[in-house]
Structures are given as C-alpha cells and as structure tokens.
Design a protein around this ligand. Sequence first.
Ligand code: DC
Length: 226
Amino acid sequence: MTIPDIIIAIDGYSSTGKSSFAKIIANEFSFLYLDSGALYRGVTLFAIENGFIADDNAIDVPALTLAMEDLDLHFGEGGTYIGNRCIEKEIRGMAVAGKVSPIATVPQVRSFVDRKLREFGRMKRVVMDGRDIGTTVFPDAELKIFMTADPLIRAQRRAEEMKAKGTDVDMDEVLKNLQERDYIDSHREVSPLTQAPDAIVLDNSYMTMEDQMAWLKDIISERFGE
Ligand code: DC
C-alpha cells in the first residue's frame, strides 16, 4: 500500500501502545518515527544532572531556560542523544520517569521541544507520538489518531511490561500511577492532552497490533485512495 507524504500524529493516554503502533507504522510505510516523549525525558535528565530540579520537584525555570539555549538534544543511531552521548537508557529509568511530568508542564520546555519536532516535520513522511502532537505541534497534520483503552487493561499491559523487566509489581499501585498521570497530562495548563476535533479515536482495549494496522489501512484507503 502506498501513502502520500503526510504527517501522522498519534496522541493519547499513557500505556495505550502509542509508540509500538507508531514504530510499526513507520516500518510499514518507510516513515520516520519521532518519539516526542523522549525529548521531554531528555530535558528532564539534563535538568536532573545540572541541578535544575530539586528533590521536591521545584524547578529553577530561569536557569533551565538559559541552559537549554546550548542543549544539543537530538535523535541519532539507537535513540536519543545529548551531544554525542547516547542517553536512551537513562531516560527510560525511574529517576527520569518520576520527574518528567513536572518538567513537561514548563512552557519554556514545551516550546523548546515543539521547535525540535517541527524541524523534523518539515520533511513530511513522519509519524510522531505524544500528548499534544495533533493539537499543538502539528495542528495541520493530515492524519490524527487519538489512542485510548480501558484503564484496567492499560494497567495490566504496564504490569506485564514491568514484570518482563524483572520489576515487582502491585496492580493497585500501577493503576493508581496510571490514573495520576492521566490526570496530570489532561489537566496541565499548557497543551494538555485533549483529543483534536479532527482526530480519529482508536480504542485498542480488545485489539491486536494486526487489528490496529488493518483499521489504519482502511482509513488510509478511504482518505487518500490507493
Ligand atoms: O510518552 P512518554 O511516557 O515517554 O512521555 C513522557 C512524559 O512526557 C509524559 O509524562 C507526558 C510528557 N509528554 C508531553 O507532555 N507531551 C508530549 N507530546 C509527549 C510527552
């Protein structure tokens, strides 16, 4: 199946499988996959390592804003980089996970990340996943998908992922954490997670990856012809 030079924006709640779906789409159509959350995580690592975020999550916004002027955060071979240092492993760890939500509420951080994402978007043939791609970063994206799934099913998926990595899990804890993140992501002042009016909802509670790809191909044929 061929697909025109478009931007595909995928937004939605945590643990709905946005990045897995986006990677498979990128592979299927030879698109570039961009993980916007990785940039928020990269800024968070930078903020931690430079002492811009305190233990109580208080952020030194002026110092962080100034330092970001020289922050060379980018994607490269095998993931996300600061300069020539690959930070992919560190940004997936608990230290970053615990502080990324507050960092992502800082407007100066959001505009820093938006600028980087828009540079990539100029190339078209990109699929990006995040929370505000179809609403703020690329409001003109030709195809917008909003992903959701039953919170209990999402919690189960997350718990399985954590178990596979050897982490002990308490389902109640996982569900609570997920609901907290949903709340913070949907209620922050700048670019909250909301469904763009022209986004198509994908509830994948009971769908396999094959089901999701078949769903997408139907939409692409309808919208863009073959
Ligand atoms: O998708 P993720 O879990 O890697 O995202 C990490 C954090 O970054 C998450 O708390 C929400 C935030 N984020 C955001 O605010 N806007 C985006 N476009 C992507 C992620």
